[in-house]
Ligand binder design. Structure first.
Ligand SMILES: [Mn+2]
Length: 693
């Protein structure tokens, strides 16, 4: 396998070995990992309601109606709002964030939105479980578009269009802002002046490959304008002789069917008339047009003169590394179409054209450059697994946030002193906590206020207020988190398969961050509870486990929501004991998570090339943890204590490893599994486990 891949993919053997160990099996999966690309057409293709949603927006804008955007008030929700705001620039709109402490659109939020008298409400990073809001909008004849990336708790809320990957494509884990980006991008595309121009997507089936020797046996065509299908044409054509068995298998058309087919001449004349002067779209046009032209000349007396668009070269320029066969592209974009026959293939060509067209226009490029970084920022902020599209977004576009033109963001980046040196870490450490602080500290509207600011004057006051909140948040965290940790250690909670801790003094807004840190420290799923008068509310972090599934199984009668890696639950005080017991039993019954197994053996090459090795494989985080290396039979040269950690110097064959360990291992010879972290060009190694010899 390794040898085969080395011959196919240009990458060092160590990288291939590592990716194989991580479970990447196919050549294309490995290629995508080494060379990640955000594929906007692909991403847009996963939402079946996209055209409906765009239609609703366009209709409202045309009629001069107001659009209300309401988002979650965390960094993901805020980024989603900014992206939609940009796409809808120049239209009547109002922006809102959810004002309550819990995730969701509250009664007061609904009131606020209604007061703005919208024609359409678009939700961002929230909405799929908002039945009350959906009902309120419906009753008033307001159209409701949901963009979200959460699973609904129970039934999905009723909306006019739903853009939620959990509903249409659960395998694609993306942030709310990536879903919002897709709608925003689709809307932007629809503004192109050619967008509504009538076109016809066509496909033919033939009895062979040569227009001079073979014939058309079926024509399928779809006339459309924008996202709307106007008319369809579909007919078999009686061939002059029987078709070969190979062609029958290939096309799914039998000689029996063809015996009853309509007459060629008549069908070709009818088709000639039907297409009129409209532009024709084919996938691999020369093949189809040579047949149609030749048969038009033969049977109707005139050549094929219509303008022709070919989706094949479009596809080649949009997706350089992809197979461009219609069949493959169909799978690639998640285009639903039946078997390989003329009409379904014409339908696929139409959808493909819809996805690929206009992607090269300058205006759209600018939109993408300005907004993909926001989608990347939201993705990092929201604990999304760094795989596939989400990883590509972060790897390729996060740094672009430093070039975003929006005044408020530019100012924030300057004021928070975010350097260009290591933008990913700087943004995670400074900007994201800053944007999340207002929500966590109970003043969610402040962050939106800052982001909407367009002058020095109106940004100053809210900036200082958020800075105060952020400082207080950090103080609160320092103050209370130690206590939570002590409670975990004293009660041996860290020995359990899931760490469930009641943090009575922790401000509710810090539950999520506390759960994240607990999971990080102990490498286990965690659930952190805070209390109100009747309920316990908890935030959970999965650390590789599906916590939403846990809530589904154990949270009878409770309200919960979120995504597998990060979610929340509210539970009645009387039910808490039972809930904790059920959760612990649930995890005890699960097969134990394996002790980390090394991804790859440490050797001379890695010793020298560790930096480029790590750079190829980053960004690391949820879904893409730091690599684990194994080194066998290292001599422990020395141990020194530093705080509660131990610094080990290990040596084998003149190779030295500096390792930080949690306990004093005693000296001797040992096998180690460790992980490396590049920090300001120094590599630090953390010991994960060892064996004394
Ligand atoms: Mn989110």
């Amino acid at each position: 396998m390794l040898n085969y891949l080395s011959s196919k993919v240009k990458a060092d053997r160590h990288i291939l070995e590592f990716l194989l160990a991580r479970g990447l099996k196919t050549e294309s999966a490995i290629r995508d990992w080494i060379n990640p690309e955000v594929n906007i057409p692909e991403l847009m293709g996963i939402f079946p309601d996209m055209s409906k949603a765009v239609g609703i927006l366009k209709e409202a804008v045309k009629a001069g109606g107001r659009i209300a955007l309401i988002g979650d008030s965390d960094a993901d929700g805020l980024c989603s709002l900014l992206i939609l705001d940009d796409a809808l620039s120049g239209t009547e709109k109002s922006l809102f964030v959810c004002g309550g402490p819990a995730h969701g659109i509250g009664e007061a939020d609904i009131e606020n939105v209604l007061k703005s008298k919208p024609a359409v409400v678009v939700s961002a990073d929230v909405g799929i479980s908002e039945h009350k809001a959906a009902k309120a909008f419906k009753e008033r004849g307001i159209r409701f578009i949901i963009t979200d990336h959460h699973y609904p708790s129970g039934e999905a809320a009723e909306a006019d269009a739903v853009i939620d990957s959990c509903i249409s494509h659960p395998d694609t884990e993306i942030a709310g802002c990536a879903a919002a980006f897709c709608l925003a991008a689709a809307y932007k595309l629809s503004l192109d002046k050619d967008f509504d121009k009538i076109k016809i997507a066509c496909d033919i089936e033939t009895s062979g490959l040569s227009p001079s020797q073979n014939e058309i046996i079926e024509i399928g065509a779809v006339r459309f304008s924008g996202f709307r299908v106007i008319d369809r044409f579909s007919s078999l054509l009686k061939p002059s002789s029987r078709i070969s068995p190979e062609i029958s298998v290939l096309t799914g058309i039998s000689n029996l069917e063809l015996e009853g087919a309509p007459c060629r001449v008549e069908t070709l004349r009818r088709f000639r008339e039907w297409i009129g002067n409209d532009t024709l779209i084919f996938h691999n046009a020369p093949f189809d047009t040579s047949f149609i032209d030749s048969e038009f000349r033969k049977y109707t007396g005139c050549a094929l003169v219509n303008d022709v668009i070919d989706t094949l070269p479009m596809s080649r320029s949009c997706l350089p590394s992809q197979s461009h066969k219609l069949e493959h592209l169909k799978d690639y974009f998640g285009i639903n179409a039946e078997a390989h026959r003329a009409l379904p293939d014409a339908e696929t060509a139409r959808k493909l054209y819809m996805i690929l067209s206009h992607f090269r226009t300058p205006a759209f490029k600018v939109f993408v450059e300005q907004n993909l970084p926001l989608a990347a920022l939201g993705t990092v902020s929201d604990n999304i697994a760094l795989k596939g599209t989400s990883r590509a977004l972060v790897k390729k576009h996060l740094a672009g946030i430093l070039n975003v033109r929006r005044y408020s963001l530019r100012t924030l980046i300057k004021k928070l002193a975010i350097s260009r040196e290591n933008p990913r870490e700087e943004l995670s450490r400074k900007l994201i906590p800053f944007l999340n602080a207002p929500k966590r500290m109970g003043e969610p509207r402040l962050a939106l206020e800052i982001l909407q600011a367009d002058s020095k004057k109106n940004i100053a006051a809210s900036f200082n207020r958020v800075k105060e909140l952020n400082d207080k948040r950090q103080r609160d965290m320092r103050l209370h988190f130690e206590e939570v940790l002590t409670q975990i250690r004293e009660n041996g909670l860290n020995k359990k398969p899931v760490i469930m801790v009641k943090a009575e003094k922790l401000p509710p807004g810090l539950r999520g961050p506390a759960a994240s840190r607990i999971s990080q420290i102990f490498g286990k799923p965690s659930v952190v509870f805070t209390a109100s008068s009747f309920d316990w509310t908890a935030s959970a972090r999965g650390s590789g486990r599906d916590m939403l599934e846990l809530f589904k199984k154990c949270g009878k009668g409770a309200e919960y929501g979120g995504h597998p890696g990060a979610c929340g639950i509210r539970i009645k005080k009387d039910d808490l004991r039972q809930f904790i017991d059920d959760c612990e039993t649930y995890f005890e019954d699960m097969p134990e998570q394996k002790i980390p197994r090394a991804d790859i053996m440490w050797d001379d090459w890695l010793d020298k090339n560790i930096k480029s090795f790590l750079e190829t494989l980053e960004p690391f985080g949820n879904g893409n943890p730091l690599p684990l290396f194994a080194a066998e039979e290292m001599d422990c040269v020395s141990v020194s204590q530093k705080g509660d950690k131990f610094l080990l110097r290990l040596k084998k064959n003149a190779k030295l490893l500096n390792i930080i360990a949690g306990e004093d291992p005693g000296c001797g010879v040992m096998d180690v599994i460790f992980t490396a972290l590049a920090r300001k060009k120094r590599i630090i190694f953390f010991l994960k486990s060892w064996k004394k010899k």
